[in-house]
Structure formats: structure tokens, C-alpha cells
Design a protein around this ligand. Structure first.
Ligand code: F6R
Length: 601
């Protein structure tokens, strides 16, 4: 979703901003813009579409300024076009602003203060910058005007403001939306994600909600709502810039699928002590073990990982577990148990829906654990505990390695809690995860087979069904999500036994039905379901597991522990989806309408 960068220093801001925005492309956007201040004033360049378009516009003029802000916009208020793209400017062009988030009271503010202003865009953002000018005209300093405006805003925002009459300062604030200050020697930057500005610094300071930050070349001053200065140390962003490059791969998604064995190995290493036993912070183990019920809150792929995690927490650790879609839970909270523990699963750690639930459950005084790939992310900072995925930056919009990492971490957590509860471990998890790693390698090596499956089953179809039973059903939901989000094939995951209660009406001659058969107890029944759809003309693709396979199965994954099959089966589905999208000539890494980090509710 929207991304922000800003630079104040001695170098040419334009190029740094454009490079920064390129690094934020993965978040999903439909227009972009930059503003650079120099002696002549503020130069704004904007464009609908990709950063490459913006670069063409920006390169048409030779602008040399060393302070500026940039933005990628994922449209909420108003279509993606030039006028609605950020940066936005005040009526006299003195103030220029970028904004990530949604201002809920923008109409009220506009009615109260800006009835004489002619707006150039349909955005909620423009009122913010017009308000800064309004209060500046009333005699307030820029800092005071900005602070005043921020105090009036309701909703979510990350803001970067520049003033053409002061080339030595950037003004920054945030509430709910992510924003970091990057610190350097003789320069400072702002960025939605450290990745964007790793080109110049790996030292970052967090900003808390409602703080105002005054950023100059040699100084960063953070103030709380009452104006008190906050001292905050910078931390080192643990991201290897090379991890965020495509390397030899055509797409980030393919690279990230291929990285999964390495991620599994890293997780095994990170969660293992010197004696080869599972290890985890004792406070986390204690809090999870003390809960009488676990509530997993997540969205999309992370929600699907949560469904698999429930199996582990119940079957291994013996803790009743519910899994909820964050955006539903916030409006329809179930009756909670006496000692609940909330687990927030989020690759980005920034998903606004999940964060809204965290804010609410914290108010209720409930303990929380975030499982995320991004250290220092909002969900990580605000929860009582964090478990990291150690998956490296996930750039492709479609989540792949984060899903398998989430499941692996949940399996480790469940085994550790099982031990805490004195439950006999019937699985040597680290050894089993090592087998999973090898199995994933086999599938990745079979990429050409997956490509052939995509050709045979999905080349021209408009829809597809994924079926499975028990844990395979959970994976079929993820398989369907992967396919639909990048190939735009309408795909749905169903429980095999549920088909004849309605869905089977959709089966026609040639309809692809991808069936998972990795579970012994339901192997006969899922195969029965396959026969039912085949009898109605479907084109079934059976992905089974070694030991449960039958003649004619389309692909057989290597044998692994039966509760860990999601980690392996999903990789086949990720690759099949990748090739289905590739064959349709689609933008695999940046599918339409989607954003990587969904920072609005
Ligand atoms: C699908 C996908 C999304 C995310 C969802 C939650 O491939 O990436 O469904 O899983 O938006 O995002 P996180 O995990 O960052 O909270």
C-alpha cells in the first residue's frame, strides 16, 4: 500500500527518492510522485502507473535540490490519476505533502476551515496540506501549524511535509501507518520501510503514534503530543540489501519460492539451542502455556497459516485454538475465554486490520504474541512478545516463503508449549523439519513439472477448484488464493466432502479440480470426491504424498510427517500458480489491485 520516502542532505534528492520509490514498488501502487525543493521553489513530478513512468517525467527536467519527498499511491479516495497522485500542495504551493493512510474526518475539517479553498484532487490528503497553509496564514510557524493540523486529524496517517520557504526542515508525523526515520552523517531520511533507504543508511529510529518529528540535515527531534522531546536510539535494520534484489530470477516470487529450503534451515537454526533442542524465550513459552485458549488473528495467507497452526496447537500442545479473520473479529468478537492469549500472524507486521484487533485486545488487558517477518514492525512493537520468521524480505505481493515460515514457527511454538504442559512429544520436530526442507528442495527442482501442470490444467480456464480434507483443506484455501491473486483465474478452495452440498453444480466439462491427497485417514474419501467431479466432466489434478499415492496421480510429493505436509504441498501450488500467471503474461510480482502491506482497514 502507499509508500513514503523523504531525503534531506547534501546530495541530489531526486535520484535518491526515485530509487527509494523503486524499492517500495512491491507494496503495490497505481501512481507515484516526488517533490524536490531548490532555489526556485518546489518542483513536483507525478505520474499514473509505474515508477518507470515517473522517472521519464522527472528526468525531463534537470532539477538539483537536496531536500524532497516521494510517494507511491494505492488509490482509496479518488481514481489513480495525475491530480490524485501525491505529493499534494497548498493553494500557494508553499507547502507540499505526502500521506499514507485514510483521514476519516476530512469532510468535517474541510467544512470547518477550508470552505474558500478550491481543491485540485478528490483525495483526503489535500485537506491536510491546505490546513497547514490555513494555520500558517493565521501566523503560526510551520512546525506549530503542522502540529495543530495533526492534532485535528482522525484516522490513519504517515505524513511528510516540506516548506518551500525553509529548505532545512522536513516535518513528519504518524498514526497507525508505518514510517521510520533513517539517520545518516550529514543527512536524514524518512521511509515507510527501511528497505527503501538502505541505499544510504541502515540506522533507523522508530516514530510512535501522535509524535511530531522535525528532521534536519544534522538532527532529528522527536516530540510527543505535549511537545516534550523524546530521546530515542537508532537501531540497525537487519536487512541485507542483496536479499531485496531479484538476482538470477525473473521474478521475486520465483526467487522467494526457491528460498524456502534456506528459510527452513534458518528457522531450524534460530529456534535450536546448542544441545540441539528447541528453544524459545521463556516468557513467551510461559504466557502461551498459561492461556486457556488461543485466538489467532490474521488476514489472507497469514490467516491460512493460522488454520494450520491451530492443528499444531490443539493436537500437539493441547490448547483449544480459534482462528479469526482480523477484519471480521474487530466487529464481531466472540465470547472470550477467561485466560486468552492472542497470536497475531503477519508477514509485514503492519496489517491495519490485525493491528485494530491488537489495540482492542490490549485495552482488554489480554496478552499478545506477534509472529512476523519484520522486526520493529508495528504489530511486533505493540504486542507483548514477538517470534520472528527469519525469512528475509518478501517482495512479491503474493506471499510464499512467509507462509511456510509462519507454519514452521507455529509448529515449533506448539511443540515447546506441549513440553511445558508435560505432553509426551510424539514427533522429533527438528528432524521432521529437516525432512521437510529436503522435500521442498525436491519440489523446487521439479519446477518444470509444475510448469507442465499449469499448462495441462490451467492454460485457458476461467475458473479452478482446489479440494482437500482436514489439513489438506486448509492448504487448498491457500492454493486457491495464490492462483487467483496472480493469474486472475477465479479459484476457490473447498472441503472435499462439502462439494456435493452445492459447489459441485459449478463443475463442467474440463473444469480443473486440484485435489490434495496427503492425509491417510481421508485418502479414500478425497479420492471418492475426485471421482464424483470426474464423473461430471472435471479435469482432476491429484497431488498426493509418497506412500498414499495411486496410479494416475498427477504429482507425488515426498513423504513427510503428515501434519507437516502443508509446508511441502503448498510449494507445488505456489509454482503451479506462478507458471499459470506467467503463461498469461501477467505481472506476477505486482498483481493488479493488490498491495503488499495493507495499512488501511
Ligand atoms: C496473499 C497475501 C495477503 C497477505 C495479507 C496479510 O499472498 O500476501 O493475503 O497475506 O494481506 O498480510 P500480512 O501477512 O502482512 O499481515
Amino acid at each position: 500500500m502507499c509508500g513514503i520516502v523523504g531525503y534531506i542532505g547534501h546530495d541530489n534528492a531526486k535520484e535518491l527518492l526515485l530509487k527509494g520509490l523503486e524499492k517500495l514498488e512491491y507494496r503495490g501502487y497505481d501512481s507515484a510522485g516526488i517533490a524536490v525543493v531548490n532555489d526556485e521553489g518546489t518542483n513536483v513530478f507525478k505520474s499514473k502507473g509505474r515508477i518507470a513512468e515517473l522517472r521519464k517525467v522527472a528526468d525531463s527536467e534537470d532539477i538539483d535540490g537536496n531536500v524532497g519527498i516521494g510517494h507511491t499511491r494505492w488509490a482509496t479516495h479518488g481514481v489513480p490519476n495525475y491530480e490524485n497522485s501525491h505529493p499534494h500542495q497548498s493553494a500557494t504551493n508553499r507547502f507540499t505533502l505526502v500521506h499514507n493512510g485514510v483521514i476519516e474526518n476530512y469532510e468535517e475539517l474541510s467544512d470547518a476551515y477550508l470552505s474558500n479553498v478550491t481543491f485540485l484532487s478528490e483525495t483526503d490528503t489535500e485537506i491536510i496540506v491546505q490546513l497547514v497553509e490555513y494555520f500558517s496564514d493565521k501566523g503560526l510557524s510551520t512546525e506549530a501549524a503542522f502540529t495543530k493540523v495533526v492534532s485535528l486529524l482522525e484516522g490513519s496517517y504517515a505524513l511528510g511535509l516540506i516548506d518551500s520557504q525553509d529548505r532545512d526542515t522536513m516535518y513528519v508525523a504518524k498514526n497507525k501507518s508505518p514510517l521510520l526515520i533513517g539517520v545518516g552523517d550529514g543527512f536524514n531520511v524518512i521511509a515507510s520501510d527501511a528497505l527503501a533507504m538502505l541505499q544510504v543508511t541502515n540506522q533507523y529510529k522508530e516514530i510512535h503514534d501522535h509524535e511530531i518529528v522535525i528532521v534536519k540535515r544534522d538532527e532529528v527531534v522527536i516530540k510527543d503530543q505535549e511537545g516534550n522531546i523524546q530521546n530515542r536510539e537508532a537501531y540497525t535494520a537487519q536487512i541485507d540489501a542483496a536479499d531485496a534484489e531479484k538476482g538470477v530470477y525473473d521474478h521475486y516470487m520465483l526467487k522467494e519460492i526457491h528460498e524456502q529450503p534456506a528459510v527452513m534451515r534458518r528457522i531450524i537454526q534460530e529456534y535450536q539451542d546448542d544441545e540441539g533442542n528447541l528453544k524459545m524465550d521463556a516468557d513467551i513459552t510461559r504466557d502461551v502455556a498459561n492461556a486457556d485458549r488461543i485466538y489467532i488473528i490474521a488476514a489472507g495467507t497469514s490467516y491460512h497459516a493460522g488454520l494450520v497452526g491451530k492443528e499444531y496447537l490443539e493436537k500437539w500442545a493441547g490448547v483449544p485454538t480459534e482462528v479469526h479473520v482480523a477484519s471480521e473479529f474487530i466487529y464481531n468478537m466472540p465470547l472470550l475465554s477467561e485466560k486468552p492469549l492472542f497470536i497475531y500472524i503477519s508477514q509485514s507486521g503492519e496489517t491495519a486490520d490485525s493491528r485494530a484487533v491488537l489495540v482492542e485486545t490490549k485495552k482488554l488487558g489480554h496478552k499478545s504474541l506477534t509472529i512476523t517477518n519484520v522486526p520493529g514492525s508495528t504489530l511486533s512493537r505493540e504486542a507483548d512478545h514477538t517470534l520472528l520468521l527469519h525469512a528475509g524480505p518478501e517482495i512479491a505481493v503474493a506471499s510464499t516463503k512467509a507462509y511456510t515460515a509462519q507454519i514452521a514457527v507455529l509448529s515449533i511454538l506448539s511443540q515447546i508449549v506441549a513440553k511445558e504442559h508435560g505432553r509426551e512429544a510424539d514427533v522429533a520436530l527438528l528432524r521432521e523439519l529437516a525432512k521437510v526442507t529436503t522435500a521442498i528442495e525436491t519440489i523446487v527442482d521439479d519446477a518444470d513439472v509444475m510448469e507442465q501442470i499449469a499448462t495441462d490444467f490451467l492454460e485457458t480456464t476461467r475458473n479452478a477448484f482446489f479440494i482437500g480434507r482436514t489439513i489438506d483443506y486448509n492448504v487448498s484455501l491457500e492454493g486457491a488464493l495464490k492462483l487467483k491473486e496472480i493469474s486472475y483465474i477465479q479459484a476457490e478452495g473447498f472441503a472435499g466432502g462439502e462439494l456435493k452440498h452445492g459447489t459441485i453444480a459449478l463443475i463442467e466439462e474440463g473444469t480443473p479440480v486440484i485435489a490434495l491427497a496427503t492425509q491417510e485417514n481421508v485418502n479414500p474419501s478425497i479420492r471418492g470426491n475426485v471421482k464424483e467431479v470426474a464423473a461430471r466432466g472435471a479435469n482432476p489434478c491429484i497431488i498426493s504424498m509418497d506412500g498414499l499415492n495411486k496410479d494416475g496421480d498427477t504429482y507425488v510429493i515426498p513423504h513427510v510427517h503428515e501434519l507437516l505436509t502443508p509446508l511441502v504441498a503448498v510449494v507445488a501450488m505456489q509454482l503451479i500458480s506462478y507458471y499459470a500467471a506467467l503463461h498469461r503474461d501477467l505481472d506476477v510480482d505486482k498483481p493488479r489491485n493488490l498491495a503488499k502491506s495493507v495499512t488501511v482497514e
